[in-house]
Design a protein around this ligand. Structure first.
Ligand code: SAM
Ligand code: SF4
Ligand code: SF4
Length: 337
């Protein structure tokens, strides 16, 4: 392996998030509001998506540059047909020590076993409420919470524990469900991660007043089930970890608004059509598909990636509110969070 590449703030590139589709069967109001992602919305035609071979090739080059973690995401990644094949290809890449998937869980009950067999290491399931009415209102397609819970159980039975459960907390919408979520998944089999609602993209009408600060979430849980902070698993871990004092497991908080963590951010995001974004809040991506389809060698791709990363200055969350841009940001459903 080559020497680790560093960006302009001396941050390495370790973590690659790959979106395999821009489509989703949910319309979470904070991510793909129906007013924008309605019936007429034009999703990418299939030929514009990177093929599995193209994704695997890029992943090999990135592994050579120091990437050790790959997360598959979307849109909803389980909508991409035969995703298990891609999992198999990525699991075989030397240097990739952690291969995971983030899903809304809607199709997980039928896919958990085959994903495990294909070599997937970990699964994160997004779940914003245990209350059926609140959950349906948030996914905005009347999807019942019971089916996601079945998916989570199937993933546990397939051997994916501990399973991370992502809950985006929005004031006045599901804030009241925080403690119930913590209680329900208080077990070494699960780690609930409470995520501050973020101003990603341009369509969700984000307002600072809708954010529930992580400190408030911690306070509410601690009042019922005492917790204490614990050490990060590794440098650059985005979630602050807390463990239950009685040994019941742990939770995480992702305080990207109130406690930004840009100084350690080692992530790049690849959209389903092959644009590489060096920040969740980026306004433009770097076109790797053009290279791939234009006959570039691995060495050309390596050089392009190295140049892109070397020029990286992103720290949007640290500057939030200070630096403003008129340019539209990339949508979350495009690069997968
Ligand atoms: N569809 C899959 C899912 O929902 O897990 C994968 C893609 S989704 C974009 C990835 C994660 O981003 C989810 O956990 C979702 O809750 C989170 N997310 C989306 N919009 C967000 C926002 N505005 N603020 C914070 N998290 C958000
Ligand atoms: Fe779909 Fe995930 Fe976005 Fe919800 S958060 S709309 S499930 S991509
Ligand atoms: Fe990384 Fe950008 Fe998020 Fe900062 S704002 S942590 S640079 S993705």
């Amino acid at each position: 392996m080559k020497e680790q590449i560093l960006d302009s703030r001396s941050r390495p590139l370790r973590d690659l998030r790959i979106s395999v589709t821009d489509r989703c069967n949910f319309r979470c109001t904070y991510c793909m509001p129906k007013s924008v992602f309605g019936r007429d919305f034009q999703f990418l035609p299939h030929e514009e998506l990177l093929t599995f071979e193209e994704i695997a090739r890029l992943s090999r080059v990135f592994a050579g540059l120091g990437v050790t973690k790959i997360r598959l995401t979307g849109g909803e990644p389980l909508l991409r047909r035969d995703l298990e094949k891609l999992v198999e290809m990525l699991a075989a890449i030397p240097g990739i020590r952690d291969l995971s998937l983030t899903t809304n869980g809607s199709l997980l009950a039928s896919k958990a076993l085959s994903l495990r067999a294909a070599g997937l290491h970990r699964v994160t399931v997004s779940l914003d409420s245990l209350d059926d009415a609140t959950f349906r209102a948030m996914n905005d397609v009347e999807f019942p919470v019971a089916r996601v819970l079945e998916g989570i159980e199937a993933a546990l039975a397939a051997g994916f524990g501990p399973i991370k459960i992502n809950m985006v907390v929005k004031r006045g919408v599901n804030e009241q469900d925080v403690v119930a979520m913590a209680r329900r998944f208080r077990s070494p089999n699960y780690i609930v991660r409470f995520i501050e609602y973020m101003d990603v993209g341009n369509t969700n009408g984000w307002r600072l007043v809708d954010v529930v600060p992580a400190a408030r979430i911690i306070e509410a849980i601690n009042a019922e089930m005492p917790i204490a902070p614990t050490q990060p698993n590794y440098r650059g871990e985005v979630a602050g970890r807390y463990r239950y004092l009685d040994g019941g497991g742990e939770i995480g908080v992702i305080a990207s608004v109130t406690q930004p963590f840009c100084h350690d951010c080692a992530r790049a995001r690849l959209s389903s059509e092959g644009l590489l974004y060096t920040c969740l809040f980026a306004t433009h991506g770097h076109d790797f598909r053009e290279l791939l389809r234009g006959g570039a060698t691995d060495r050309d791709i390596d050089a392009f990636a190295t140049g892109v990363w070397a020029g990286r200055e992103d720290r949007y969350s640290e500057l939030r509110g200070k630096a403003t841009t008129e340019e539209p940001k990339v949508e979350m459903s495009h690069i997968g969070g």
